[in-house]
Design a protein around this ligand. Structure first.
Ligand SMILES: [Zn+2]
Length: 197
């Protein structure tokens, strides 16, 4: 996640085992888990390597997918709102917890990325289509974004956009919820695009 192992570079089990002073088994297990999370790639005969950064094309596809699924999920969620999931969503939106007290930019960004992943997943969960939720979870959207933006900032604007989504939920306004989610994802895309220039 911190790009200490450069994206795309090889990871050798031997070297890691020596570095950590353990046998190969826990290293292979750890790499297997990271592979499941999309952070490590295993290639036949080649072994393990750190997942490459998304290309611009992959990034655009990912955001097209998000724009197809997430605004619609926000719309459908409105019909399922009750006091308890609304409170949960509001907390997950991170708006109330607000501007983190962490002073280190990188720690703040890391915290935001984790929170954002939880918020978006919760919307998909409460919208009620498990298949849609699984499809997006499988893309590891937030891992990829985190790695792309690791050397950067971004949080305050996104929190304001989350607030707009929550406000639409509070008003039980399906159109506004769909619109607010679309705006949030489009702006997120536009904040990240300069990385590719
Ligand atoms: Zn968000």
């Amino acid at each position: 996640m911190a790009l200490k192992i450069p994206p795309g570079s090889r990871i050798t089990v031997d070297t890691l085992a020596r570095e950590f002073g353990v046998s190969q088994t826990p290293i292979r297990e750890a790499l297997g888990r990271l592979e499941g999370e999309g952070l490590v790639i295993k290639t036949h005969l080649m072994g393990y390597s750190a997942a490459p950064q998304l290309t611009r094309g992959q990034f655009s596809e990912l955001y097209e997918l998000r724009l197809l699924l997430e605004p619609d999920a926000a719309r459908r969620l409105v019909a399922n709102l009750d006091g308890s999931n609304l409170a949960e969503l509001t907390e997950a939106a991170g708006v109330m917890a607000g501007r983190s007290n962490k002073t280190d930019e990188r720690a703040r960004y890391s915290e935001f990325a984790r929170q954002d992943a939880i918020f978006h997943d919760l919307i998909l969960k409460e919208a009620g289509n498990q298949l849609v939720r699984d499809i997006l979870a499988h893309q590891h959207v937030h891992f990829h974004i985190f790695r792309l933006l690791f050397h950067s900032r971004v949080t305050e604007e996104a929190l304001a956009e989350h607030e707009a989504i929550i406000t639409a939920f509070e008003h039980r306004d399906a159109d506004a919820a769909e619109r607010a989610m679309r705006v949030h994802i489009e702006r997120s895309r536009d904040r990240i695009l300069p990385v590719f220039e």
